[in-house]
Design a protein around this ligand. Sequence first.
Ligand code: GLO
Ligand code: MG
Ligand code: MG
Length: 414
Amino acid sequence: MGAMNPTPPEKQQALVARLTDACGGSYSPETRRKYYITGPQWAAAYEGHAIFHAPTREPISFERVIEEYGKIGIGYWATHDTDVIPSEALGTAKQDEIVARIGKALADNGLKCSMVTTETFHHAVFASSPASESPEIRKYARWRMCNTIDIGHTLGAEFAVYWPGSLGYQVQGAVEETETLKWYAEGLNAACEHDIAVAAKAGRPTLKHCMEAKPFEPAAEILLPTSDAMLAFINSGLLTHPEMVGLNPEYLHELMWGGAPRAALARALTAGKLWHFDINDGYRLKHDVDIAVGLVNPLDWLNVLVLLRSHGYNGPFNLDFKPPRTTSQAGVFGVSFPTAVDRFITLWEMAGEVMEDPILKEAGLALRAGSGIASGDPKVLFEANKELMTLHELIGHRLFQILIGANRGRVYSV
Ligand code: GLO
Ligand code: MG
Ligand code: MG
């Protein structure tokens, strides 16, 4: 590659925009809006801060986020209570005023609110979790969850999500686990019961309450580290309304502990509890880097979407990623979100191609039909099937071909 003249600051946005256009392959806002793709307030407003990291972007209002999502074609918006309402204004007239402004911004830009979630982790009061030993802190947490339900109904949300944030501990022996789980259930029970009352009054369906697991970070020892642990919790007998509670698995959170996201999703599907899905990407056994969908594990993502498409999953795909600290605020809306949405749609369409591919279809059917030779002798059975089983590897190869477009004749010549 030849040398290039330096790009002065005032020309950098134009360069990024020109190269983004040159990438091609973007979908129109109308097409993007056909999907149940949801944009969280906190993802676009993330300023790039972390324990060791200073912010790289300025604060941004919900009006701006909603407007930009509208332009991109992200049809749904989601929020934590305190993303938009300062803690001290929760439950006051100021909250009503802010919620009314949100409603207007959504209507003005043709978006809907899909989901609300209670922030039970950032504020100092939650240092020992929302299921703290202190009954007064637990009472406050319950009030926060109920207040979020009210906001959800006012904004027309369908879902409430619970990522408890720090439902765990750092120090051995500091927490009595069964007690904490019971207290956590009391919070969810209060939210469900409040929801039933509010929904009845408003003539709306109750929200779908979705639990979200993360195996570690910020707490070291987590009481409900995986979606599977949460499934067991839902069925533990501690919940008064287990039928109202399902899962919001996050792709990376399942990968972080070394699990297979696709298998975790399959278990949630089998239990009828896959209701909401946080989409992003990252690495096994690392921190919650929240990279945008498809940038690390596109082949795995393709397979995830094949699974969801073939099971008719029709819940939200929530863009719970963090635009990198190296991306500017203009880049968040010019590059991060549109490219994430477009990779998702491309992978979704590719998943359709996988499901229709004649080679994959025939290989799948052949494997399921077996050899036709029955025997009680395992050696005979193995011999009868061993050539068929070579198809497993061929299936992997075919999926790779579809991923890179080789099935459509794409060849590499350089
Ligand atoms: C953090 C979580 C967080 C949740 C959000 C919704 O790791 O993924 O973003 O999804 O709080 O409850
Ligand atoms: Mg998440
Ligand atoms: Mg995450």
